[in-house]
Design a protein around this ligand. Structure first.
Ligand code: CMP
Length: 139
């Protein structure tokens, strides 16, 4: 089925001017960018977005990092978009990411791993509405 997923190009990638190269990977995989904006998160906003990880040891570092430079938030649409996006991103830890994936090519570490993607339909819907209003999504 056609799905939508929330994608974030993270500070390590925007800092290195990799937005276009990462978007090309999405488009080559058949994903369509149907909403996109560049924003600067506060640490509090990052913390709210990643609230599910609040008890993890890396939570503070993660929130600090996500607020350290602009991010590009996007809605990707396509057939099986959630799984397809996760495939294109590669494993969370770039050391485990398959060749050709975004994280294998661009990520610096497990924390500074260039991209985020929703992991399931319910979280995709929640994460999309965290950043976008319906009017901003043009499928
Ligand atoms: P993401 O898909 O955005 O979801 C949660 C993020 O936490 C994850 O990508 C990583 O960037 C980060 N993360 C996961 N594990 C670690 C870790 N061991 N140390 C630091 N950051 C981590």
């Amino acid at each position: 089925a056609t799905e939508r997923t929330l994608s974030i190009i993270k500070p390590d990638a925007t800092r290195r001017n990799l937005t276009g190269k990462i978007n090309a990977k999405f488009e080559e995989a058949g994903l369509r960018i149907i909403a996109q904006k560049r924003i600067q998160l506060t640490k509090a906003q990052a913390g709210e977005f990643y609230a599910v990880h609040k008890e993890r040891p890396f939570y503070d570092e993660l929130c600090e990092f996500m607020a350290s430079a602009p991010v590009v938030v996007q809605v990707l649409e396509g057939e099986g978009a959630i799984a397809k996006n996760r495939e294109v991103m590669g494993a969370t830890n770039p050391a485990d990411a398959a060749p050709g994936t975004i994280r294998a090519e661009f990520a610096e570490s497990v924390g500074e791993n260039s991209v985020h993607g929703s992991d399931a339909p319910e979280t995709a819907a929640e994460e999309i509405s965290f950043y976008f209003s319906g009017l901003e999504i043009v499928g």
